[in-house]
Design a protein around this ligand. Sequence first.
Ligand code: ATP
Length: 380
Amino acid sequence: MYTLILIRSIDKQELEVTMTQSFEIAVFEGDGIGPEIMAPTIDILEKLAFASSDYRLSFVACAAGAAHYRKTGDSLPKASLDTAAKADAILLSAMGLPDVRYDDGTEISPQIDLRKAFNLFAGVRPVRARPGDHTPLKIPQGRIIDFVLIRESTEGLFHSQGVGEVTAHEARETLLITRDVSEKLFRFAFQLARERKDTGRGPGRVTCVDKANVFRAFAFFRSLFDAEAAKHPDLIADHAYVDATALWMVQKPWDFDVLVTENMFGDILSDLGAGLMGGLGLAPSADIGLEQAVFQPCHGSAPDIAGQGKANPIAMILSAAMMLEWLGLKHDVPAMIADGQHLRDAVDAILGDTSLLTPDLGGPNDTAGVGRAVLKVLTA
Ligand code: ATP
């Protein structure tokens, strides 16, 4: 939505017209530590938008998750789904509780239902670490870890979630790779590699991560990747088996630029990516489709630390930075792209001071205190 602001410049006696775009954000604060990490994130976003004359943000709370299921028998109410469908973007913290399950024993995971409902095929997981950061790796001088893992998020092995067949003697799950989703996924991956190349973030390289030497489904996946790669002769395209990728993510992660892979492989590798950064509390993500997108941290609801003020909100805050950039790019609002970058820079700035961080990063601070520290850098 656009708001027209008319400004009369008294000195020049002329009329200037500024467009302020307004965006509605559907907010799922979810379970466990979800509400705790969402609160400082919304606070930061409100202050950034308030300080900008180029965009406005409004937030609509959406009920969903395991606690909601326990209360009402519904894990993702239709009203919440409708609000999310109409919103400009979706911000989600974490959902699910280990002791609240559907009748078949599987966990409550409306975030997966949202991915399917809105065809959010591209799970984008940036992995960044500089020498001296909280990474467990020793990064050689002059190198940084800065790559993006794209996890297909609607099919693959998760296709049979909840409908796998189990008898007394065997269990069977089906992996699905479709041409339609894979083509969109690879187009997205090459477009991202091009954006990164154009902005000096990467060499313009896309690696297809699969197991094409063993499974026909992955040979099909790879052939679709190669077909898309042929349309981008200016970008580098290569392949890696998933097991070797796990090894190289530890041995030489600075060599990667954009990795694209199947849902289950991506689920596992993205936790490895979070480990490279120094923990789940630092790993943001986005699930992006052609129209809608959900921004959420890679971690779960961490019920073991819920309600204690120990949760690290940085992954959630960095996911909000990704949301600002995605909205800014989609709607051509450079100020939002710039604010996304400012937010990331503010997080980088506090990461250098352990006294500002939560216990998972060796610090004494609490969740709200980390939010305040980020805001202080932003407003300095
Ligand atoms: P899911 O299957 O829903 O992804 P999970 O079983 O992987 O969840 P998490 O909830 O992500 O588990 O938690 C894994 C561990 O990491 C827990 O010990 C938890 O306390 C810790 N953890 C996760 N997120 C955070 C955070 N934001 N701050 C601090 N610790 C966290």
